[in-house]
Ligand binder design. Sequence first.
Ligand code: SAH
Length: 352
Amino acid sequence: MSRYDATKAELAELLAAEPAYRVRQLWDGLYRQLAAPEELTVLPAALRAELAARPELAPALALVTEQLADDGATAKWLFRLADGEQIETVLMYSERRCSVCVSSQAGCAMACSFCATGQGGYRRQLRSGEILEQVVRAARAAKDAGRRLDHVVFMGMGEPLANFAAVWRAIEGIVSDLDLAARHVTVSTVGVIPGIERLAAAPLQVNLAVSLHAANDALRNELVPLNRRYPLGALMAACRDYVEATHRRVSFEWALIAGVNDTPRDAEELAGLCHQISAHVNLIPLNPTPGYPVLGSPPAAVRAFRDTLSSLGVNATVRKTRGREIAAACGQLAGTAGRRVAAPARRAAAPR
Ligand code: SAH
């Protein structure tokens, strides 16, 4: 248990000896002010001290390092959990948006060949409080910088749909308690079909991103081993059902790997799948990782791939690689403390 696992009823139980309005004050402190119990000056000092000492209200995350990149527009945090596991969270400012990329598991069991987290293996599920607190930390940092956090993407460490219950509870907290729009929450999956089915039936309209990376089973089996369990035909059927049930668009993630999945033939195959469900494509050049000695496609190949898709009537966005110098780019979040560099002393500048 930690402070963002507790329900309102559980907070009320902790405060049973206090006047009823204290529950509202503590709740507002945690979810509106994004503050720790000891910071809540609205509470009497003795109560603050008492609450700060309650194990149920302990923070789930202890900051190990903060690394900044892109002139302060990207901040990567390495957090230690109560049991010593480590996860990473990335906060990104752009002109219009302020997004946080959260982890849903410590490590990951999906073993995608090109992904740093996958190369490191699975450690454990995160609890909803551990996920929600990442969002709260980001929202607080943004607030302190005069910005407002408005997007959450489940593209950090782990496979969110392999930890459905905790992820869903965190999403409910993000939407009802932190007041972010469900349509600004994106769940990214490698293609866990039962999870896609549950998401389709769930009451909040969050976005679904599917990490495709290959549009034929032979190549996808290699890049994304889960494809052997849930091959493309079944995955596409699940995506179709999802679109029908939610009337929302699915996006496909495609990490462009030089000479592996960036040929005109790949673009044509991908376009064929996109047409089935009117999917949008997010292209990102692969970030090299230690365990997969292949490079990302060079800029000209990225443009050519996008242009081929476009000539076939498929919309594709080339995503900017963020935080390359601090290994905060997607798939590089491999929280092993030994490989860390100390955080720079400078604070995030939060450019607009
Ligand atoms: N497990 C989920 C969410 C985490 S990964 C999923 O796979 O979707 C978030 C995105 O980063 C996925 O699209 C993933 O395929 C991509 N990714 C992983 N490693 C990468 C790398 N080295 N370069 C570029 N993208 C990568």
